[in-house]
Design a protein around this ligand. Structure first.
Ligand SMILES: [Zn+2]
Length: 273
């Protein structure tokens, strides 16, 4: 194989050099911050068309926030830049508003531009990032990094790994959004359907091929593919899922598969009182 095999990649630092790290972003809002990080990639000659990339990143951001929660955001776009992947990371001491689900300000932005010919690579990286950043002690180290060296050292420890087969890390929100769009599309007028198709395409290019094939099959057969788990019961087949799975799904953005009906399971939105 002439292409780099995703399983050979082991560390985030294979893609992140010290020059691609900003210890304290100057920007006060998310669009500026994304631009600030793109400037870094431009300077390093890792990207060519900053304007196109900025538009793509903002379009994606407006569709569904890339904030992971707990002060982290991962804006990204799938665009051929010549290389495998272009990454920049920036820390914001003051914090930026990314319209995160948990309403927390974002203190670490990891910007990722990846090559369309390597779809698996992004999920690989994303799973590694989510796994690493889930640990409060790592987040703390990054948010409180004293200088650029400190920040780079912490980020370099991130390992890239493949997500488990039965669990796709931190993509549940995305899959749910895709289902919403696909359902709307069926009832939409021509002009609106076109916009919705564009949005669906944007989401689809982020998800694994195997996951999408299953998703489409489920939609075709049942009209929907993603079911919520409410009080431990799959809302797709009304059968209880295992207590272990149910508690794992609770409050998580990971995707699981119902052992009974095979639909993708996501946590039910907490009802606001
Ligand atoms: Zn089910």
């Amino acid at each position: 194989m002439d292409r780099k095999d995703a399983s050979e990649i082991s560390h985030f630092s294979d893609y992140l050099k010290p020059a691609q790290v900003i210890h304290d972003l100057k920007s006060k809002d998310k669009v500026q911050a994304i631009e600030e990080l793109l400037d870094v990639l431009s300077k390093q000659k890792l990207i060519a068309n900053k304007k196109v990339l900025l538009t793509r990143l903002i379009d994606r951001e407006n569709l569904l926030s890339t904030a992971l929660g707990d002060g982290i955001a991962v804006p990204h776009a799938r665009v051929d830049t010549g290389g495998d992947m272009a990454i920049a990371a920036g820390r914001s001491a003051a914090g930026l508003d990314f319209e995160a689900g948990d309403k927390k300000k974002v203190h670490l932005i990891i910007l990722i531009i990846w090559n369309p010919s390597l779809p698996g690579l992004f999920n690989h990286l994303f799973a590694g990032l989510a796994n690493f950043l889930r640990k409060p002690e790592f987040r703390e180290r990054i948010f409180k990094a004293a200088d650029k060296n400190d920040l780079y050292a912490a980020l370099s420890e991130i390992e890239l790994r493949l997500p488990q087969e039965d669990k796709i890390v931190s993509r549940a929100g995305l899959l749910k959004k895709l289902q919403e769009i696909e359902m709307k599309k069926r009832k939409a007028a021509k002009a609106q359907a076109k916009t919705l198709s564009g949005q669906a395409a944007l989401i689809r290019e982020e998800l694994d091929e195997a996951l999408l094939v299953r998703f489409d099959k489920l939609i075709e057969r049942y009209g929907f593919a993603v079911a919520e788990v409410d009080e431990g019961v799959c809302q797709g087949c009304y059968i209880s899922v295992s207590t272990e799975m149910s508690s794992a799904i609770e409050g998580s953005n990971d995707i699981y598969v119902c052992e009974n009906c095979g639909k993708y399971l996501v946590a039910a939105k907490r009802k606001k009182k």
